[in-house]
Design a protein around this ligand. Structure first.
Ligand code: COA
Length: 329
């Protein structure tokens, strides 16, 4: 029977590294010790000013296509999960489509913040099951360092830039996407806010810039932390129960890479060994929708993930949004 298969994965992070010490040297009132202890982040990648989300998405996508062994001309659908598209219109996915030279594909963006990659895989799953499309390119890409306020030490230290991709198709063999699960809660989504340019605030003008509305705002980080831990755990359980898999049977947890203390907390509460969490946040920070896609690709390419292993991908993000995926590699 044909089910949903992952034909290839790919990722890209820009080469420019900014360490915690670099931030201190740039005048931010913080320390490597504080950031590392509270978040696990030691450094992040920062895209050069001329590099856009679709530039990085294109490199990640090409790597995924190469692993899949198919040309971009065979992709019928491109879904880009991002909150930092090249432009609001056209969609970031359309810039990506043009760069990939895939004119036959349909393309659109998905806005689900840090949960975006799993939301995009869920959408791909529906189209594949309906047989509307045969080959889908799912990408998470972000230039978060361009929307953070570099004077806001409580927020800017968390984020980084990059892109991750996967090619999905119906098939009878190979890594299988067993299920995806998505949720949102718009009534409690205001503590992670990127207001600038949206119809809720003034258009981008001097006034909105002076108010800093173009910056990502995070209010009550502590509360977000607790909610994230709860939804990460619920998402792990939901994906396991749906597939009748005991949480202990899962070989790898490749979560949205928010904060190491969240996973230490989950590890203790759910009795999951820390070694089962595949983490990239120490070197890349939080890359929103791209985080778990990049981590999945790195886990595949460095040989951590082996054939037949079970992977749980819990995600949480602004919106609020959360969910998970279960994969048998
Ligand atoms: N360096 C040094 N001190 C800092 C700092 C920094 N980079 N950022 C904040 N502080 C200070 C605060 O000003 C505060 O000082 P005060 O006690 O004098 O007022 C103190 O550290 C504690 O701040 P608090 O916000 O309570 O710290 P925290 O332990 O909650 O850690 C976060 C802050 C942001 C790391 C943590 O709340 C978190 O990770 N939240 C979730 C954020 C997240 O992942 N968002 C995305 C979800 S997808």
């Amino acid at each position: 029977m044909e089910t949903i298969r992952i034909l290839g994965t790919g990722s890209y992070v820009p080469p420019h590294i900014v360490t915690n010490d670099d931030l201190v040297q740039q005048g931010l009132d913080t320390s490597d010790e504080w950031i590392a202890k509270r978040t696990g982040v030691r450094q992040r990648r920062v895209a050069e000013p001329e590099v856009t989300t679709s530039d990085m998405a294109c490199i990640a996508a090409q790597k995924a296509l190469d692993m899949a062994g198919i040309p971009a001309s065979q992709i019928d659908l491109i879904i880009l999960a991002t909150i930092t598209p090249d432009t609001s219109c056209p969609a970031g996915a359309n810039w990506l489509q043009a760069k990939l030279n895939a004119p036959q594909a349909v393309s659109f963006d998905v806005t689900a913040a840090c949960s975006g990659f799993v939301f995009a895989m869920n959408i791909a799953e529906q189209f594949l099951k309906n047989r509307t499309f045969r080959k889908v390119l799912v990408v998470g890409g972000e230039v978060m360092t361009r929307v953070v306020d570099w004077n806001d030490r409580g927020t800017c230290v968390l984020w980084g830039d990059g892109a991750g991709a996967a090619v999905l198709s119906l098939g009878e063999s190979g890594p299988e996407l067993l299920s995806t699960h998505i949720h949102s809660d718009g009534t409690n989504g205001q503590n992670l806010l990127l207001p600038g340019g949206g119809s809720r605030s003034t258009p981008i003008n001097h006034e909105s810039v002076e108010k800093g509305l173009h910056h990502l705002r995070m209010i009550e980080g502590n509360m977000i932390f607790r909610v994230a831990v709860r939804y990460f755990m619920e998402s792990i359980k939901e994906a396991a129960e749906h597939n009748r898999i005991a949480v202990e049977q899962v070989d790898w947890f490749i979560p949205h890479q928010a904060n190491i203390r969240m996973f230490q907390n989950i590890s203790q509460t759910m009795n999951i060994p820390m070694e089962k969490f595949y983490l990239t946040l120490h070197k890349y920070g939080n890359i929103s929708a791209a985080s778990c896609a990049i981590a999945l690709d790195e886990a595949v390419r460095d040989g951590s993930v082996r054939d037949g292993q079970l992977i749980s991908m819990p995600v949480f993000g602004g919106g609020l949004t959360w969910g998970g995926a279960m994969i048998r590699w």
